[in-house]
Design a protein around this ligand. Structure first.
Ligand code: GDP
Length: 362
């Protein structure tokens, strides 16, 4: 699966957010073959389409697809020099696919701020500087290595060196590598390095209940994010924590009372999903309607491989009905009758929402 690491300065609302996510998480006993670390929450990706499919197919159960969040506590200034839990912290971030950076955008004199004042740009800079310094160290070393190999005419090393030399000056300014103007191909060249500031990033702006509008802190974060290819999700972590405590009936009532259609947490989960370039396809049988995650651009065999590697190896064809057709024609029979049922081969590129059934050799 894909995961998203939660980072941020102390006392900005990380634990509050993580606790809300864990309450929404799927219980560990549903993953009998995995060890789930205590700092990890595997949450269902909210998708009303799976309920629409279930209303038609009436399966025994409905299984959402999931996204993993990892609480990475402990970053302080000086982490890149190994201060505090520095090294451990950085190692944990390197392993994540994306970063959710929580920033305090609420004023509250009762909640102490580590820097003594609420200044989201300053806070972001503190963390990003540590990450950029650690990346800079890795980049400088890699440039030395690539330069040596490039002298011998190694084409990969030449390409690597060129990209690293575009990234280095950006890091040198204390800006994240994702702010460098890189093409998709250039990104691919350095992907294996696990540069932290190149990872897709969302800023979770933790605002007060009435802080979603006319909030200069939030505006500042939005402006910065736009400059460095990041996205912003405004959220009131405290309300999310309250929502997470409630049972389903109370939840609906509470949301209506405060004029929300769904928990804000759903926006965080979806943002993580799209940040990683992920999309969903469905399988819809009488036993189970289930959502599965694939990378945008995945082919039919790759999609089959998400269910089981044997499905990918023995792939023959995929039966496909577009989501709108499946729902519009009220199921497989109706879609077939309308000529909307397709048999697709190995090169078929899966579309978001496709309802699929795989044929394969064992
Ligand atoms: P962490 O150190 O980043 O994990 O921060 P915590 O989640 O422990 O939150 C630090 C303090 O801020 C706690 O006292 C929270 O109750 C408070 N807090 C968190 N989110 C909010 C919020 O949205 N509004 C207000 N007023 N306080 C919050």
């Amino acid at each position: 699966g894909f995961n998203c690491g939660i980072v941020g300065l102390p006392n900005v609302g990380k634990s509050t957010l993580f606790n809300a996510l864990t309450k929404a998480a799927i219980a560990a006993e549903n993953f009998p073959f995995c060890t789930i670390e205590p700092n990890t929450g595997i949450v269902p990706v909210p998708d009303p389409r799976q309920d629409a499919l279930a209303a038609i197919v009436k399966p025994e159960r409905v299984m959402p697809t999931t996204m993993e969040f990892v609480d990475i506590a402990g970053l302080v200034a000086g982490a890149s020099k190994g201060e505090g839990l520095g090294n451990q912290f950085l190692a944990n971030i390197r392993e994540t696919d994306a970063i959710a950076h929580v920033v305090r955008c609420f004023d509250d004199d009762n909640v102490i701020h580590v820097a003594g004042k609420v200044d989201p740009l300053d806070d972001i800079a503190t963390i990003n500087t540590e990450l950029a310094l650690a990346d800079l160290d890795a980049v400088a070393k890699a440039i030395l290595r690539a330069t040596k190999s490039a002298k011998g005419g190694d084409k990969d090393a030449i390409a690597m060196k060129a990209v690293l030399e575009k990234i280095e000056p950006v890091l040198n300014e204390g800006r994240p590598a994702r702010a460098a103007d890189l093409s998709d191909d250039e990104r691919k060249v350095v992907r294996g390095m696990g540069l932290m500031t190149l990872k897709p990033t969302m800023y979770i702006a933790n605002v007060a209940e009435d802080g979603f509008e006319n909030n200069p802190h939030l505006d500042a974060v939005r402006k910065l994010a736009a400059e460095e290819n990041a996205i912003v999700v405004p959220l009131c972590n405290q309300i999310e924590a309250e929502i997470a405590q409630l049972d389903e009936d109370e939840k609906a009532e509470f949301l209506e009372a405060i004029g929300m259609e769904e928990p804000g947490l759903n926006r965080v989960i979806r943002a993580g999903y799209s940040l990683l370039g992920l999309q969903t396809y469905f399988t819809a049988g009488v036993k189970e309607v289930r959502a599965w995650t694939v990378q945008v651009g995945a082919t039919a065999p790759q999609a089959a491989g998400v269910i089981h590697t044997d499905f990918e190896k023995g792939f023959i064809r995929a039966e496909v009905i577009a989501y709108d057709d499946f729902v519009g024609f009220k199921g497989e029979a109706g879609a077939k009758e309308a000529g909307k049922w397709r048999l697709e081969g190995k090169t078929y590129v899966v579309q978001d929402g496709d309802v699929m059934h795989f044929r394969f050799n064992v």
